[in-house]
Write a protein that binds this ligand. Structure first.
Ligand code: ACO
Length: 395
């Protein structure tokens, strides 16, 4: 077993069928283009949640449940927003999920995100939140709550396509994290919060913002090759390329590209981006001929969300959408079987001794529980540092 659990079968699932070698992505049997055209975000959520959140789910039922969830989230806004206002958007989303009650339903968790993120974006401009409209689907209502006016239908359709096509991608780091948390019988809100935290790193769902930073830094066609060579010489990763599972082309990247092109040939910086893409794949192939390093979903995610008019600081937050983590968290096998993969101890850690010491103190059970949780928090932090988390470099 290597550090990334490569080759370890961690779950059996009836959800998305993903084969990175053949480029297969089937959401309960449906390929990405079909899910976008025939189901949309709410219909895809119904497919994903069927048998987990409820049975007999339909697109209309999810539209209705999400509308009710947005109303609940809007009613709760004042308590949370005063604390989150003024913080970077990613931190705001983390606090939004942390503020959810433990007994929140799946629809309430999923619907809190568009309401909270729109309110955060408006707060950045000094504007008051706009109440949700229950007649609209999530993508259109999110854009309306963000700008205060109804979005042009092609933009709402493009955002809907994005939300639909990234709805599930198997046991990615964030969904795996959510599943681990749910397996201890922690609340769904806790599982989604943990999954979101795993998502935010730039090697995972945090990649789209840096994709745009990269396009900005390259600036012109003349600078593409020199910039890419310098970046690769310095050991940097090219954002939007490579994937833990997709060893060829990720079909979702192509579905998003097709969606982007439907917005019009002049939209955003598609021509320039395509040239960067072509040359980046060639440069990666030159450096790693034994490895297929292709465009991943985050490259066209970045371009699509930019074209829809959303700020780049928000992209990981948008991916925080709860529906995939909820389905994965509920997806049978891991429930009640918290994973405990074997590890080889290289040296004895002081924090482990600390946990034992803290739990052996004569405390009442409530204080003992909290002390143990705090001590184990230290242990978890230490393991994260050992695994090369970002703080390892900064400490
Ligand atoms: N740029 C430069 N080099 C790369 C890249 C890249 N984008 N991707 C992989 N490599 C290199 C690796 O450093 C490794 O080099 P080494 O053998 O000298 O150590 C080699 O190629 C082989 O790597 P893989 O095994 O194919 O990649 P791995 O599975 O380790 O990593 C990952 C996958 C983390 C996604 C990586 O490709 C990467 O960092 N990409 C850039 C960030 C990104 O776009 N993330 C979003 C992914 S999509 C998602 O998570 C939703």
């Amino acid at each position: 077993m290597d550090g990334g659990l490569e080759g370890v079968v961690a779950a059996e699932t009836v959800l998305t069928d993903i084969d990175g070698a053949t480029g297969t992505w089937l959401l309960r049997g449906h390929p990405p283009g079909e899910v976008i055209a025939a189901y949309g975000y709410e219909g895809a959520t119904a497919l994903l949640w069927e048998g987990f959140a409820r049975s007999g789910l339909t697109r209309a039922a999810i539209v209705e449940a999400f509308a009710a969830g947005r109303a609940t989230a809007f009613a709760r806004l004042p308590g949370w927003l005063s604390m989150a206002r003024g913080r970077p958007i990613g931190e705001g989303v983390r606090s939004l999920l942390a503020a959810l009650p433990d007994d929140s339903t799946p629809a309430e968790i999923a619907a809190a995100l568009p309401v909270g993120i729109a309110a955060l974006l408006r707060a950045e401009r000094g504007a008051e939140p706009v109440p949700p409209d229950p007649r609209l689907a999530t993508a259109a209502d999110f854009l309306r709550m963000t700008t205060g006016t109804l979005a042009a239908p092609p933009l709402a359709r493009a955002l809907d396509a994005y939300l639909t096509v990234v709805i599930d991608n198997g046991l990615a780091a964030s969904t795996f994290a959510a599943r681990v948390i749910a397996s201890t019988r922690a609340s769904l809100a806790s599982a989604v919060l943990g999954g979101y935290c795993a998502l935010t790193g730039p090697l995972h769902g945090g990649a789209p913002g840096p994709v745009l930073d990269m396009l900005d830094a390259i600036g012109s066609v003349d600078n593409i090759d020199p910039w890419l060579e310098r970046a690769l010489d310095s050991g940097a990763r090219l954002m939007g390329f490579g994937h833990r599972v997709w060893r060829g082309r990720d079909p979702r990247a192509d579905a998003l590209k097709a969606t982007l092109l439907r917005l019009g040939p002049k939209v955003g910086r598609i021509g320039f981006a395509e040239e960067v893409e072509r040359r980046a794949i060639a440069a990666l192939h030159h450096r790693k001929p034994e490895r297929v390093l292709e465009t991943n979903v985050e490259f066209y995610t970045a371009l699509l969300l930019e074209a829809v008019g959303l700020p780049r600081g928000l992209y990981a937050g948008l991916r925080a959408r709860a529906e995939r983590r909820l389905a994965r968290a509920c997806d049978g096998a891991a429930k009640d079987r918290p994973p405990h993969p074997p590890r080889r101890t290289l040296h004895r850690s002081r924090a482990e001794g600390g946990v034992r010491l803290a739990t052996s103190l004569a405390l009442n059970s409530r204080a003992r529980n909290q002390t143990e949780v705090a001590a184990r928090g230290q242990n978890t932090l230490l393991l994260a540092l050992q695994n090369g988390g970002p703080h390892a470099r900064g400490a």
